[in-house]
Design a protein around this ligand. Structure first.
Ligand code: GDP
Ligand code: MG
Length: 297
C-alpha cells in the first residue's frame, strides 16, 4: 500500500488525545553520511521532504561542523492531520576529528528543551508549541562488526536527553544470517556500555493480540531497514517500493525482507504517544530539574 503511513489507525483513545493536543511529532535522524537517512525519511513518511541531493562540494568547501536542518510537513490521512518535523544532522562523522560530533546535537536538543521551559514560565500558556525531539533514529553502518567508537560516544552522550532508537542502515547489503548476528552484537555492545535505548512500555491489561504485536516490535530492535523512494517492478509483475538487484527485488514494505514496517508501526502508530510522554515526563523533567538546581532555585 503505497500511500499509507498509519497514524490514522491509532487505537481510538490515543488518537483522540493526540488530535486534541495538536498532533505534533518531531523525529531526529543521526548517522554518518551515505547511510540512507534522507531516503528513509522520505520512505517513512511517504513524502518527498528531501529533494534529490545535489552532489557534495569538494570537502574543503564543506562546513566544518555538523549542521542542524529542520524540515516540517503536514501530512493527512483519513482526515487526520499530523504535523511532522524531521531534524537532520548532515556532517555527523564526516570530519577528520569526530570527537565532538555529538556536541551540536546535544546543544540543539537542549535548546528545544529551553524553548519549552521558557513557554512554561509564561503567564499565558495557552499556545504552547512543543518542538522537543521525541525520537532519535541512530543509523548504524552495516559492517557486521562491533559498534564503532563514534556510535558508542554518541549514544552515551544522548541517551539521557532523547529516546534513542538504533537502526541498522542498508540492511539489503547483508544476508538474513548476518543481520541476526549483527543485531546481537549491537545489542550486547549497547548493554556493555550501559546505553539506554527506548524501551517500549508494556501494560498488564492488554489483550493478547496487542501484547504479541508489542513483543514483535521489541524483538526487531535494532530495526534493520531498507529505504527507497522509487517504485520498482517485481518479477511477478507488481510495482513496489524497493531496490532492484540482479538476483531479485528487496521490498521495503515486505516484513520478510526488512524491518521497515515494524519501525514505522512503532513510530507513528503503536508508540508515538509513549515517545512523547517519556520525552515530557522523564527526559525533559530531568533536564528541567537539573537546570533549576544549577540556578540555585
Ligand atoms: P544520507 O547521507 O544518510 O542522507 O543518505 P542518502 O539518503 O542520501 O543515501 C545515500 C545513498 O544510499 C543514495 O545513493 C541512496 O539511494 C542509497 N540508499 C539509501 N537507502 C538505502 C538502502 O536502504 N539500501 C541501499 N543499498 N542503498 C540505500
Ligand atoms: Mg542526507
Amino acid at each position: 500500500l503505497m500511500g499509507y503511513v498509519g497514524f490514522a489507525n491509532f487505537p481510538n483513545q490515543v488518537h483522540r488525545k493526540s488530535v486534541r493536543k495538536g498532533f505534533h511529532f518531531t523525529a531526529m535522524v543521526v548517522g554518518e553520511s551515505g547511510l540512507g537517512k534522507s531516503t528513509l525519511i522520505n520512505t517513512l513518511f511517504n513524502t518527498k521532504l528531501y529533494p534529490k541531493k545535489e552532489p557534495l562540494p569538494p570537502s574543503a568547501d564543506r562546513p566544518q561542523t555538523v549542521a542542524i536542518e529542520s524540515i516540517s510537513a503536514d501530512i493527512e490521512e483519513n482526515g487526520v492531520r499530523l504535523r511532522l518535523t524531521v531534524v537532520d544532522t548532515p556532517g555527523f562523522g564526516d570530519f577528520v576529528n569526530n570527537d565532538e560530533s555529538w556536541k551540536p546535537i546535544v546543544e540543539n536538543i537542549e535548546a528545544r528543551f529551553d524553548a519549552y521551559l521558557e513557554q512554561e514560565n509564561r503567564v499565558n500558556r495557552q499556545k504552547m508549541v512543543d518542538n522537543r525531539v521525541h525520537a532519535c533514529l541512530y543509523f548504524i553502518q552495516p559492517t557486521g562488526h562491533a559498534l564503532k567508537q563514534i556510535d558508542i560516544e554518541f549514544m552515551r552522550r544522548l541517551h539521557s536527553k532523547v529516546n534513542l532508537i538504533p537502526i541498522i542502515a542498508k540492511a539489503d547489503t547483508m544476508t538474513d544470517e548476518e543481520i541476526l548476528l549483527f543485531k546481537q552484537r549491537v545489542l550486547s555492545d549497547i548493554e556493555h556500555h550501559n546505553i539506554r535505548i527506548f524501551k517500549a512500555p508494556t501494560y498488564e491489561n492488554e489483550d493478547e493480540e496487542t501484547l504479541n504485536e508489542n513483543e514483535e516490535i521489541a524483538s526487531k530492535i535494532p530495526f534493520a531497514v531498507v529505504g527507497s523512494d522509487t517504485e520498482v517492478d517485481t518479477p511477478d509483475g507488481r510495482k513496489v517500493r524497493g531496490r532492484s538487484y540482479p538476483w531479485g527485488v528487496v521490498e521495503v514494505d515486505n516484513e520478510e525482507h526488512c524491518d521497515f514496517v515494524k519501525l514505522r508501526q512503532m513510530l507513528v502508530r503503536t508508540y508515538m504517544e509513549e515517545l512523547r510522554e517519556h520525552t515530557n515526563d522523564v527526559l525533559y523533567e530531568n533536564y528541567r530539574s537539573e537546570k533549576l538546581l544549577g540556578m540555585g532555585v
